[in-house]
Design a protein around this ligand. Structure first.
Ligand SMILES: C[S@@+](CC[C@H](N)C(=O)[O-])C[C@H]1O[C@@H](n2cnc3c(N)ncnc32)[C@H](O)[C@@H]1O
Length: 556
């Protein structure tokens, strides 16, 4: 067995319940005693135990033990003491098991998964200074830079690595058939990725993009990417792997966010790369949760966030929701009266401006089919429920609301009230959904409104939706910046599961090389089922590196 290294961190928690002051050394001594009393030392503990820096002499109410090792986990029973001790899975420290590069790094969605797998980042790059600053603060090194400067015609100044990760911006390639080969991608950021791949041939390549890349509008781009990877000697499926964190159970890193992304995963296998067709996608785009529904309140969870003025709803927003809430309650009574118990609220967008008597409805020539259908349905709906709807219009100044607030898209099934829903205040109207899961975070600020909490989704909750732990530090930047970076990011749980499924699919190839075996061990054999067991720990380690470097810089 390899040498195991243990580390302990003490967290300040529940300060109100603090009984006395302890030093981290004392905590460590107690931990060792308890392990011995339980029958056996954690392997390697006696010889290589060390404690992380900035050990607090401050009050410690709960101690969180973090085992950093390359080997097996120690049973929780060994950790029990009068201290609340929690063992968080095994993790490589000194002598990490694989090297990775993080291209278009953002704030580090890939870094989160790859650090938790025990990887060591040897290069990262991100052009946006604000995102790069958040990345540095949490991962301990700055990615600030431009990939086109580091990987171009003249140079590829990037160190060797075993895994390349990139959530790259998608740009159209030239469609000229004459320009076959890598040249066709010139001028796009995919070309810069390819330059690195040709130079270093990393064992595994992991690319991520919006779902559209695998759609009909980008068919050419998709074909070129697959062809180029195969030409470079990689085994890669032509079938897109489309995946979303809401498809996963929470205990495997799932989150209540529908965020479908396409993943392209490839393994270097120059001898059989021509065996192109029939390579299966690594993971199916289907739920692994059985029939289990998400519940935002408890699964995310919601709450435990700092109050902030930008979370609050304005008086106007509250009035719009109050008015439409009244509409929903009224309509439930109305449709149940007219249609019986199986009644439903209309599934088409409800638009106050289109409420006219059906007999006098005039559809202008040239109106598109979808719009004609929508106008007709609204007129019929109004005509059928005219008395109730006129009374509602009398009570609320809906006709004076902004045009986009005169529309309701009801996608909340049997939910009794609008205030019980998650809402998006979209340019196309107010969209209401059940409080089960949320739609994909987007880079523009269009934050969901959580009806039962009467506020917007907080950035900390948005970070949870992406699978980032609560100790992830955004450094006090404006909330809009944080939402934007999260909207650009990749779901940590999705990366974790896709990469794991990829390593399992290509196990036979990985087993043929030392690097491949190390990757397989880190990603499958030694990895827990969920990144959540390790994320808090790896983020804390990155933040510690950041602080150490900042202190070092101050000394210089
Ligand atoms: C889709 S985001 C990737 C986000 C990342 N996966 C995460 O989890 O945060 C693409 C990123 O590429 C960055 N980018 C665009 N052009 C770049 C360039 N030439 N060099 C480095 N980064 C670039 C953008 O600033 C953006 O943050």
């Amino acid at each position: 067995m390899m040498n195991l290294t243990w580390a302990a961190t003490a967290e300040l928690r529940g300060l109100s319940r603090v009984s006395r002051q302890v030093s981290i050394e004392e905590v460590a001594a107690r931990f060792k005693r308890n392990c011995r009393r339980a029958g056996s030392d954690p392997p390697g503990m006696g010889s290589t135990a060390w404690l992380f820096g900035d050990a607090p002499l401050a009050p410690v109410a709960a101690v969180r033990w973090t085992a950093l090792s390359t080997g097996s986990a120690v049973p929780l029973a060994h950790m029990r003491s009068s201290w609340q001790a929690v063992l968080m899975g095994a993790h490589v420290s000194a002598g990490r098991s694989f090297r990775y590069i993080d291209l278009f790094a953002g704030i580090g969605g890939f870094a989160a998964a790859l650090e938790a797998f025990g990887g060591e980042c040897v290069y990262s790059v991100e052009i946006d200074p604000a995102a790069a600053a958040v990345y540095e603060r949490n991962w301990g090194h700055s990615p600030l830079g431009d990939i086109t400067k580091d990987a171009n015609d003249e140079v590829v100044s990037i160190p060797p690595h075993d895994l390349l990760a990139a959530g790259f911006p998608c740009q159209p390639f030239s469609k000229s058939g004459a320009q076959r080969g890598m040249e066709e991608t010139r001028g796009t950021l995919f070309w810069n990725i390819l330059r690195i791949i040709h130079e270093h041939r990393p064992t595994v390549v992991l690319l991520e993009n919006v779902r559209n890349l695998a759609g009909p509008r980008h068919g050419h781009e998709w074909d070129v990417i697959i062809r180029e990877l195969r030409d470079a000697g990689y085994r890669v499926s032509a079938k897109p792997t489309v995946f979303s964190p809401h498809l996963l159970p929470i205990e495997r890193g799932g989150r209540p966010q529908v965020r479908e992304r396409v993943f392209i995963t490839a393994t270097y296998d120059p001898d059989s790369a021509c065996e192109a067709d029939g390579v299966p996608a690594v993971i199916e785009n289907i739920s692994q949760r059985g029939d289990e529904e998400w519940l935002l309140t408890t699964d995310l969870p919601l709450g435990d966030v700092e109050a902030a003025p930008d979370l609050e709803l304005s008086a106007a927003e509250t009035q719009w929701i109050d008015a439409w809430n009244d509409f929903v309650e009224l309509m439930w009574a109305e449709v149940r009266r007219t249609d019986g118990d199986g009644a439903r609220l209309p599934g088409f967008p409800i638009w106050v401006d289109a409420w006219v008597d059906a007999a006098s409805l005039e559809i202008p020539e040239g109106t598109p089919r979808w719009k004609e259908n929508f106008l007709r349905k609204n007129a019929e709906f109004y005509t059928k429920h005219r008395v109730a709807l006129d009374a509602w219009l009398n009570n609320w100044p809906v006709k004076e609301f902004p045009p986009s607030r005169r529309k309701l898209e009801w996608q909340a099934q049997q939910t009794p009230r609008l205030w019980d829903c998650a809402m998006q205040l979209r340019p196309s109207g107010i969209r209401a959904k059940r409080m089960t899961h949320l739609p994909a975070l987007v880079a523009i600020t269009q934050t969901s409104v959580l009806g039962p909490l009467r506020r917007r989704l907080a950035w900390r909750e948005a970070a949870r939706l992406q699978g980032l732990p609560d100790n992830f530090d955004f450094g006090g930047q404006p909330a809009a910046q944080t939402y934007k970076q999260l909207g650009n990011g990749v779901s940590v749980g999705a990366v974790w599961n896709v990469l794991r499924a990829h390593a399992e699919r290509d196990k036979a190839i990985l087993e043929r090389s030392e690097t491949g075996r190390a990757l397989y061990r880190a990603i499958v054999t030694d990895a827990p089922k969920t990144p959540d067991d390790r994320l808090e720990m790896v983020v804390a380690a990155g933040q510690r590196r950041y602080r150490e470097q900042a202190a070092h810089k101050r000394l210089l």
